[in-house]
Design a protein around this ligand. Structure first.
Ligand code: ZN
Length: 99
């Protein structure tokens, strides 16, 4: 690649290069996959700042908002569960934390 070719690419980057730059600088949030731990329904969503820790890292249970709470395993002994709804279009996050 010559210097002038590089300059042209830099001034008018193709879509893949623009996307990878935006992901790197953190200007545009990445997409995450949400998956229901009861029925396996998946949805791709943009992460929100207010989501509790564990949702993006898959450290919290997720369930569709129409499943019963008894369809997921109980929190481990000594942990208490907080339900946070409104994740994506239909998910509730179950966040377990020391009681
Ligand atoms: Zn489900």
């Amino acid at each position: 690649m010559t210097e002038s070719e590089f300059a042209a690419l830099d001034a008018d980057p193709p879509a893949w290069l623009r996307q990878s730059r935006e992901n790197r600088t953190g200007k545009r949030p990445v997409w995450v996959e949400l998956r229901c731990d009861v029925c396996g329904f998946t949805e791709t969503a943009r992460p929100k700042k207010w989501w509790p820790a564990g949702v993006i890292e898959h450290g919290a249970y997720l369930s569709c908002d129409f499943h019963g709470a008894d369809e997921l395993p109980d929190p481990p002994p000594g942990m208490s569960r907080t339900e946070v709804d409104g994740i994506g279009s239909r998910f509730i996050a179950m966040v377990d934390a020391p009681a």
